[in-house]
Design a protein around this ligand. Structure first.
Ligand code: GTQ
Ligand code: FE2
Length: 364
């Protein structure tokens, strides 16, 4: 049932006594439900966040400028520049729950070691040469890789190469900030282990398909895999589309392959607050309009196409980012073969039994 003020009992005519009553509410910091109910209990979500697109070329240019003008070190902690959703009053929030930022390190630079309760990941749309050291384990960052820094692990980054590197950070900072659940502390000012292994110890222990070390307990909170490598993600997407061509199931819809990054000890999402996926569309494919409770951010990894969110439509290309507010319908059209990275706050809503999905034309 839709709750609207106009359908409720008629509001009384204004009188001096009624005005006095409303003034008294204000004085006592009280708000009556009957004047607010339309906004508080809409028939379906009306998020304050807006659909919006940020261009990678512009982000990279400003990150490079920051690289020449702003040092990275203790205090500021990171040369990270956050996407600020136009509906969220200038706060550094891509969506009400999700932080998305471009982070930039010059050649030979270190970002100091710290830890925080907020969960973090990195996604690399281009470049290489930085190692992120998570609880002492150096993890190489290369194009297409998805890397985890779950909450409360010490981490610093170091650029061991002669070229700058930029990447996408995603965290649950806004969620943690709204609900007042954040803790943090400093570690050493520089990364202690500057070694450059191709594979982290975490991957050598955990990242073999379908296999887990018998010695290790499961971890229901966050995945123990520090890096999900592009070669594996790419192969999984490639095989889904090839199976489709051979007449076998696997794709989410015609011409649309997708994989979710998972915690191998649970099969669930990589971290308690963040879901992450990689999608591949065949050239010419348009996805069914889909809406979900909760918000997400997409980044084009390769190719070009168009993204429609609600009444907005943008042409997008490599690196471009799109914020998708709760319950707004989204469709993607691939102008070329199109790879997209996506992260979302869905695990929060699934934990709370508040998740909903609607896909146009899907009556199952
Ligand atoms: O790299 O540790 O974009 O702590 C925001 C907070 C990155 C990081 C961000 C962080 C980091
Ligand atoms: Fe951090």
């Amino acid at each position: 049932m839709n709750l609207r003020a106009s359908e409720g009992p008629r509001q009384p005519e204004p009188t001096p006594e009624l005005n006095e009553l409303y003034r008294s509410f204000e004085d006592e910091l009280l708000v009556p439900l009957w004047t607010e109910i339309g906004d508080l209990m809409p028939p379906s979500p009306r998020p304050q966040a807006q659909a919006h697109t940020w261009r990678w070329a512009n982000l990279l240019h400003l990150a490079e400028r920051s690289g020449t003008l702003v040092p990275v070190g203790r205090g500021g902690e990171r040369r990270a520049i956050a996407l600020a959703n136009p509906g969220l009053g200038g706060a550094p929030y891509a969506t009400p729950t999700l932080w998305a930022a471009i982070q930039y390190l010059n050649p030979r630079e270190d970002a100091p070691v710290h830890r925080h309760s907020q969960h973090a990941f990195r996604f690399v749309v281009e470049g290489q040469g930085v190692w992120t050291v998570v609880d002492g384990d150096p993890v190489a960052m290369r194009r297409g890789d998805f890397l985890l820094t779950p909450g409360w692990r010490f981490h610093g980054h170091h650029n061991q190469s002669g070229t700058p590197m930029a990447w996408l950070d995603g965290l649950d900072i806004p969620f943690s900030h709204y609900v007042g659940s954040g803790f943090s502390e400093h570690g050493p000012d520089a990364v202690e282990d500057h070694s450059t292994p191709a594979l982290s110890r975490s991957e050598r222990l955990w990242a073999h398909p379908g296999l887990r070390p018998v010695s290790q307990p499961g971890s229901s909170g966050s995945s123990p895999i520090a890096a999900y490598r592009w070669e594996h993600t790419d192969a999984a997407l490639h095989d889904q589309l090839e199976l489709e061509a051979e007449g076998h199931p696997g794709v989410v819809e015609a011409g649309h392959a997708a994989v979710r990054f998972t915690n191998p000890t649970t099969g669930g999402d990589v971290m308690p607050t963040i879901r992450a996926e990689m999608h591949r569309l065949r050239s010419g494919v348009t996805t069914a309009a889909r809406r979900e409770v909760g918000s997400s951010v997409w980044q084009v990894f390769e190719g070009a196409g168009a993204v429609e969110v609600g009444s907005r439509r943008w042409d997008v290309e490599r690196g471009d980012l799109v914020a998708v507010p709760s319950w707004q319908p989204m469709t993607i059209t691939a102008g070329t073969s199109l790879d997209l990275f996506r992260f979302a706050d869905t695990p929060i809503f699934e934990s709370l039994h508040a998740a909903r999905v609607h896909v146009d034309g899907d009556h199952s």
